[in-house]
Write a protein that binds this ligand. Sequence first.
Ligand SMILES: [Zn+2]
Ligand SMILES: [Zn+2]
Length: 255
Amino acid sequence: MEEVAGSNPVDSTLMKLIKDAIHILFPTYCLICGKETQGDLVCKECLKGVERIKGLRCVKCDLPLKSAPEYGLCKRCKKMKWSFDYNRSYGTYSGILKQLIIEFKYHDHPRLAYLLSSYLIELIMEANMSLSDTIITFVPLTRRAKKNRGYNQTYLLAREVSRHLHIPYYPMLKFKKEPKEQINLNEEERLENMKDIFTVNENYIVEAVGKDIILIDDVFTTGATVEGCSRALKSYGAKKVYSFTVARSCEKDNR
Ligand SMILES: [Zn+2]
Ligand SMILES: [Zn+2]
């Protein structure tokens, strides 16, 4: 073992023994394939299966497209008047990335925030935005979801992104009232359901004015949630709202 100046070889051997013992006593397994790992939640092989969205995409909502459309917009964005400036997603909501998000949200693995936030950080860095007048916020959790999950996954993501990029984050958004479950609603019903449901938390009204806001969510599906949040933020004076999501759901064909 290479010796680092100032370190004690006895200490490092002891540390290794302790680590080995912990590993034997508490073995860890990959959440995706079940193989034993060295303390990681996901093995390296499975991580390789997480893919970035490549190729043509809608400039507004990041939906993968089959061919280059007019103005670079998908069918839906052409007809919608979104209040958010754009959405960027790391991958499509499929394969290993989808499994990771399900583990993160529904199977009590808040530690996955470290991994999933690294994807968001990559996206934000690539977006080349000026981060000086920028703040971070996240989609709030309904009371129902909080009760079931015990933690707000988007808050955990936002906190990690904030820590890495040194941009402040605030819990700026809250629900005016509890929204209906989205799962059985179609696109338009989702939009209607979320349109006027968010507002800015009174403690953070001052923060919104004139700011560029990075809005964090896990999955961009119909855009209804991002749109609802963005409307609230802009109505309180936010200059820009940029949505960054871990995954882009592409179930409905809007290309
Ligand atoms: Zn694995
Ligand atoms: Zn679009």
